[in-house]
Structure formats: structure tokens, C-alpha cells
Design a protein around this ligand. Structure first.
Ligand code: DOR
Ligand code: ZN
Length: 346
């Protein structure tokens, strides 16, 4: 008898859709399986105001192919000039579901991010008051800190002080890559943590052993194997602090495979198959729905999706190696092992 698994339709609590031709090319890859996604605002220029978020939301919905449904959950990019009143109005109108903190210079298109945290205290206080979550890219940018230590150092130098200075602020530590991040989030009441599919299957060797593998390079960069194991343990534990945020981040091959390759893994296409494989190995398929479809809505105070998707286990699934985009091909994440679960009804 065929093994099947039916779940409430999943959501993606951290997604890069870009704009223009790239948006049109990658959006169906997410909308095929996911009902909603928290949309990252790191466009060029970034999505800073409520009006810009409304315009971006309209462009996303206009790019959605006929017959597909998808709800973009918009975010604002926090800058030192962000106006607390604009954030409050955008949240009040239900347009915006979170504000994103990029430490200046931490990653792709983060130049307008925050350097001086005193300058954003007013916005953070306002967010704490209205219960609007802060999504955090948790890495320090101090050049003296080793890139593999940047997440752990961020917790003590930035995250913990910001949270202490802003009682009641609800924070999502995004794309956690370390046991330090897992331990911190787990110990806090008003926090969530997202975990990507790719960080559940790669460690830093995948990037650097046997040549440089640009399609495994993202930020925060994958860490040692013991950290990957801590992520798998957290994701499959059933702990409601943790939920899926794919950080699916498309870049054209030309931009990845260059002397200074961009950070980002494009995982939207096969995330659900990768996750089913990981959860099955841990004998935790019964906890997959919590991770993909229940814990995220609970944190964001939104209803879980009512409709369902079904996955079926069988012969290894083949995925396209690339998605064709007007600007050039985008490589789909290769987990490096066969995937046996396919989404059959979405
Ligand atoms: O790998 C990443 N890619 N990490 C980020 O934080 C940004 C993202 C992107 O926008 O490409
Ligand atoms: Zn991201």
C-alpha cells in the first residue's frame, strides 16, 4: 500500500521573492505548496514604508498565475529613519505582519540596515506595544568576529540586550544555524525561531570540501555538523518555538557562480520533499505538520490553514535542476540524497 501523509497546507515564514522577472519566475514554485509566506523586504531599494509594502504586495499578487492562490504576508525593512507611526498604521491595517531587522552589511541588500540600535528604540517600543513581531537576521558584522561565530556573538551582543531594553517585544530569530541559537530561543517565552530546509541537511563541509560549492553558500553560513544535528533535533522535537522559514533566496547562476558569489539557496521547489525525508529519518513524520503548518501561525497569531496537502512516498522524485527565469537560470537546491516524498495534491 502506498504510504501517504496529509498535512494542513504549510506556510513559509521567511521567503525572498524579489521583483520583476525573478518574482514572476519563482512565485509559482512557492505558491504550488505554500498558502502564505512572510515576504522579505530586502529589495533594491528596500521596502521601508507601508506604502512601499502595499505596492510590493500588489506586484506579487499580479505575478501570481491564474488559478493559484497565495497570500503574501508583508514586512517592513527597519532603518534608522523608520517612522513608528507608519509601522503602527501598516500593522493596524493588517498589511504588515512583521518588521525585519538587518544589521547593516550583514547580508544581501542590507546596506540600509541598522547600525545604531538607539535610533530604532522608538520603533521597537511601538512594536512591543502593538505586538508586532521583529524578524531578526542574527549575525554581527564586526570584521573581527569569525564568520562562523557571528550568530552566537549576535545573541549576546545584540539580541539579548535589545530584548532586555524592549520588554514585551516579540522576536523571531530567523534561519537559526547554531545550537547556541536553538538554546537561546528555546529558553524564551516571547520568541520564535525559523529553520530552513537546507540547514537541516548541509553543514560547512558541503560548501568547502572538494571545491567551492556556491549553491550551498548562504547567510548565515552553514556551520559544523554538531550544529546541524541540533537544528534537526529542534525542528523534529515538536517544540512550538520552531517553525519553517525556507529563506529560499533566488540568484541567477551568473550571480552565484562568480568570483564573488551571492549568498542564498533556492529551495522553494523541493522544500516539502526535503523536510519529509529529514523528518522520516528521525521517525518524526507525525511532527512535520507542527513545524510546517501549526507553530508559525500560532506565533504570528493567525489561523492555521484549513485546506490540506498530501505527500506520497515512492520512487525517488526528480526535480528540475534549474528554474528558467528571464534574467537567467536559477539552480534548485540539491540535497545530495534521493527524495522519496512528493506532494501529490496541493
Ligand atoms: O543567504 C541569504 N540570502 N541570506 C540572506 O540573509 C539574504 C538572502 C538573499 O536575499 O539573497
Ligand atoms: Zn533571508
Amino acid at each position: 500500500m502506498t504510504e501517504t501523509l496529509t498535512l494542513r497546507r504549510p506556510d513559509d515564514w521567511h521567503l525572498h521573492l524579489r521583483d520583476g522577472a525573478m518574482l514572476a519566475g519563482v512565485l509559482p514554485e512557492t505558491a504550488r505548496h505554500f498558502a502564505r509566506a512572510i515576504i522579505m523586504p530586502n529589495l533594491v531599494p528596500p521596502v521601508v514604508t507601508g506604502a512601499q509594502a502595499a505596492g510590493y504586495r500588489d506586484r506579487i499578487l499580479a505575478a501570481l498565475p491564474e488559478g493559484m492562490t497565495f497570500e503574501p504576508l508583508m514586512t517592513l525593512y527597519l532603518t534608522e529613519e523608520t517612522d513608528p507611526a507608519d509601522v503602527a498604521a501598516a500593522a493596524e491595517s493588517k498589511l504588515v505582519k512583521a518588521v525585519k531587522l538587518y544589521p547593516a552589511g550583514a547580508t544581501t541588500n542590507s546596506a540600509s540596515g541598522v547600525q545604531d540600535f538607539d535610533k530604532v528604540q522608538g520603533v521597537l517600543d511601538q512594536m512591543a506595544e502593538i505586538g508586532l513581531p521583529l524578524c531578526v537576521h542574527g549575525e554581527v558584522t564586526d570584521p573581527a568576529v569569525d564568520i562562523f561565530d557571528r550568530e552566537a556573538v549576535f545573541i549576546e551582543r545584540v539580541l539579548d540586550p535589545v530584548r532586555r531594553a524592549t520588554p514585551g517585544l516579540r522576536v523571531v530569530m530567523e534561519h537559526i544555524t547554531t545550537a547556541d541559537g536553538i538554546d537561546y530561543v528555546k529558553s524564551q517565552d516571547d520568541m520564535g525561531g525559523t529553520i530552513t530546509a537546507h540547514h537541516l541537511v548541509i553543514n560547512r563541509n558541503h560548501i568547502l570540501v572538494g571545491g567551492i560549492h556556491p549553491h550551498y553558500y548562504c547567510l548565515p553560513v552553514a556551520k559544523r555538523e554538531e550544529h546541524r544535528q541540533a537544528l534537526v533535533a529542534a525542528a523534529t522535537s515538536g517544540d512550538p518555538h520552531f517553525f519553517l522559514g525556507t529563506d529560499s533566496a533566488p540568484h541567477t547562476d551568473a550571480n552565484k557562480q562568480s568570483a564573488c558569489g551571492c549568498a542564498g539557496c533556492f529551495t522553494a521547489t523541493n522544500t516539502m520533499s526535503v523536510l519529509a525525508e529529514v523528518f522520516e529519518r528521525e521517525d518524526a513524520l507525525d511532527r512535520l505538520e507542527g513545524f510546517t503548518s501549526l507553530h508559525g501561525p500560532a506565533f504570528y497569531r493567525l489561523p492555521a490553514n484549513e485546506d490540506r496537502i498530501t505527500l506520497e512516498k515512492g520512487e525517488p522524485v526528480s526535480y528540475p535542476s534549474h528554474i528558467a527565469i528571464g534574467e537567467g537560470p536559477v539552480t534548485v537546491f540539491d540535497p545530495g540524497f534521493p527524495l522519496h516524498w512528493r506532494v501529490v495534491e496541493a
